[in-house]
Design a binder for this molecule. Structure first.
Ligand SMILES: Nc1ncnc2c1ncn2[C@@H]1O[C@H](COP(=O)(O)OP(=O)(O)OP(=O)(O)O)[C@@H](O)[C@H]1O
Length: 254
């Protein structure tokens, strides 16, 4: 069953058209990896999926669990089961991490004990009463974002560069957490959680055996394939070379 269907999506930020015609279909239990050059619109796509009002949908539709969410506010999308870990979440003075975690735990149906258990697991116990993201290191920000997601327990997990700027030990911790969040240790047919992971270097792929990947380029999604294969092609041929190869393969198979 399809959990997310994005049809002909166009999105602009301010006056700039970023996404032109994005089409995406994700089944229940599937994890999808999105590559693409800086500024190609990967974060824009995730922001549009979660309903950030700065990202205006100019065309197309977003369907989640068969509900048209294109015009729904973010809190309604969260209630339906979408969660996001931002690349650069805001620092909010006066709001402590624990306050945000309590909101997340309410969404996920968990109590205070689960907050403490997962905070320890994500090594964030010492940060609970600090203002959120204020002075957090890069790795701490990523662990905090994941902790929030773990407490919300969403059905569709949107992860914007969870592995960027993270040291090797933290990549392992984050990788294990994402694997659990996306139920990657369960058998294929038993997974109910789906995800989109944006990554540049692909470190996270050492921990999460994603189902497939694609490149966002020129406002569109192209070059769908096996994640490590696509990553190698990008490494060896660059984005444009990779896209040219994909096009050639498609023509040969027709
Ligand atoms: N609030 C904004 N106002 C103006 N332009 C914006 C805004 N947010 C994003 N953009 C522009 O939209 C384009 C796409 O940005 P986006 O962050 O989606 O790219 P990305 O693929 O995630 O890049 P990266 O790999 O560098 O994180 C960029 O040119 C960016 O400058």
């Amino acid at each position: 069953m399809g959990v997310l269907r994005v049809v002909n999506l166009g999105v602009k930020v301010g006056e700039k058209k970023i996404l032109k015609n994005v089409n995406l279909f994700i089944k229940e239990g599937e994890t999808f990896v999105l590559f693409g050059p800086n500024g190609s619109g990967k974060s824009t796509l995730l922001n549009a999926l979660i309903g950030n009002p700065s990202y205006k949908v100019t065309s197309g539709r977003i369907l989640f669990k068969k509900v048209d969410i294109t015009n729904l506010p973010t809190n309604e999308r969260v209630k339906l089961g979408i969660g996001i870990a931002f690349q650069n979440p805001p620092k909010i003075s006066g709001v402590k991490l624990i306050d945000v975690l309590r909101y997340c735990a309410r969404v996920g149906g968990y109590g205070e004990d689960k907050i403490l258990e997962l905070a320890e697991k994500m090594r964030m116990t010492d940060h609970l009463y600090r203002e959120i993201n204020m002075g957090f290191s890069g790795g701490e920000v990523k662990r905090s974002e994941l902790l929030q997601l773990m407490l919300m327990n969403p059905d569709l997990v949107l992860l914007d560069e969870p592995d960027s700027g993270v040291d090797l030990e933290n990549v392992a911790l984050i990788g294990e957490a994402i694997r659990t969040l996306l139920e990657r240790d369960k058998e294929e047919g038993e997974r109910t959680k789906s995800g989109i992971i944006i990554t540049h270097q692909g470190h996270i792929l050492d921990y999460v055996d994603a189902d497939y990947a694609a490149i966002l380029y020129n406002g569109r999604i192209a070059c769908i394939g096996e994640p490590k294969d696509i990553l190698n092609q990008i490494r060896n041929h660059g984005y444009e070379g990779c896209l040219a190869k994909c096009l050639a393969n498609m023509e040969n198979s027709e």
